[in-house]
Design a protein around this ligand. Structure first.
Ligand code: AP5
Ligand code: MG
Length: 242
C-alpha cells in the first residue's frame, strides 16, 4: 500500500505519518525533510534550496522529483511509502504516477487533511522538532516531556520557515497549487477527506480505520502482524537458534 497525505502547512501530515508508521509497515517520505537534509550539507544546491524554503515557495520540480525517484527505486520501499508533502504540482503528480507505474505500483489512498487557517497558524507557531529523533511536538498542544521524549533538550528546535511571514507564503502557495491535484485524485476515486481540526488521536483513529479497509493492506498487514516468532518456536522449539 502506498499512501499520499495532503494538507496545508501545519495540518499534521508529519504527525499523522509518524502515527501510521507505528501501526502499519510503511515508510514515511517527507520531501520537506529530504530538502532540509540537503540544506544541512550546505552544498551549492543546499544553499539554493535553503533560500527558496525560507521564502515559503516551492523548490523546482526537477530537484524534488529526483529526490523522490531515489526513494521509490529502493527495493526496501516497495509498495510501502507514505508520501508526505509530495506531489505539490501537477507535474510532480504525473511524475509520481509514471514512476510508480514503472515499478509496478500505485497509490492506494490519498488522505486530504483539511484544517482552518487560524488553527494552522497556532500549530506552526508552537511547533518544535527534535533534530535527533525527528519527533514533532508543540508548545501548546503536545509539549515534549520525560514520557514522550528521550533526547536531550538541546535537540529541540524551531524550523527556520516557521515564522508568521513565511507561513503566510507557504499557505498561499499551497492553496494556489493544490486544487488541480485534488481534482486529479478525486477523478481517480482515491481521495479521502479528513477533518484535521480535531485532536491528534481523533484524527488518527479516522485514518487508521480508512487504512485498515484497504485491500492491499489486508495481505501485507496479515504478513506484518502474523506472529512469525511463535510459529518458529513451535516448529523448532522455544530455545531454537534457527
Ligand atoms: P514541508 O516540510 O513539507 O512543510 P509543509 O508542507 O509546510 O508542512 P509542515 O511540515 O509545516 O506541516 P505538517 O502538515 O507536517 O504538520 P506537523 O505534523 O508538523 O515543506 C517545507 C518546504 O519545503 C516547502 O515550503 C517548500 O519550500 C519545500 N518543499 C517541500 N516539499 C516540496 C515539494 N513536493 N515540491 C517543492 N517544494 C517542496 O504539525 C504541525 C504542528 O502542529 C506540530 O507542532 C504538531 O505537534 C501540531 N499538531 C499536529 N496535529 C495537531 C492536532 N490535530 N492538534 C493540535 N496540534 C497538532
Ligand atoms: Mg511536515
Amino acid at each position: 500500500m502506498n499512501v499520499i497525505i495532503f494538507g496545508p502547512p501545519g495540518a499534521g501530515k508529519g504527525t499523522q505519518s509518524n502515527n501510521i508508521v507505528k501501526d502499519f509497515d510503511l515508510k514515511q517520505v517527507s520531501t520537506g525533510d529530504l530538502l532540509r537534509n540537503e540544506v544541512k550539507l550546505q552544498t551549492t544546491m543546499g544553499k539554493k534550496i535553503e533560500s527558496i524554503i525560507n521564502k515559503g515557495v516551492l523548490v523546482p520540480d526537477k530537484v524534488v522529483n529526483s529526490l523522490i525517484e531515489q526513494v521509490v527505486l529502493d527495493p526496501k520501499n516497495f509498495n510501502r511509502l507514505i508520501f508526505d508533502g509530495y506531489p505539490r504540482t501537477l507535474s510532480q503528480t504525473y511524475n509520481l504516477e509514471n514512476l510508480l507505474k514503472k515499478f509496478k505500483q500505485k497509490i492506494s489512498i490519498v488522505l486530504n487533511l483539511c484544517v482552518d487557517k487560524e488553527i494552522i497558524l497556532k500549530r506552526v507557531n508552537g511547533r518544535i522538532t527534535c533534530t535527533k529523533c525527528f519527533r514533532i511536538f508543540n508548545f501548546y498542544f503536545n509539549p515534549p516531556n520525560s514520557n514522550n521524549h528521550y533526547c536531550e533538550e538541546k535537540y529541540l528546535q524551531k524550523r527556520t520557515d516557521d515564522n508568521s511571514k513565511i507561513i503566510q507564503n507557504r499557505y498561499t502557495t499551497y492553496v494556489a497549487m493544490i486544487k488541480p491535484i485534488i481534482d486529479y485524485y478525486t477523478k481517480k476515486d482515491s481521495l479521502s477527506k479528513i477533518d484535521g481540526n480535531q485532536k491528534i488521536d481523533e484524527i488518527y483513529n479516522k485514518i487508521k480505520g480508512i487504512l485498515e479497509n484497504i485491500k492491499d493492506w489486508h495481505y501485507a498487514g496479515f504478513l506484518y502482524k502474523f506472529p512469525w516468532k511463535n510459529l518458529t518456536s513451535l516448529i523448532y522449539g522455544t530455545n531454537s537458534r534457527h
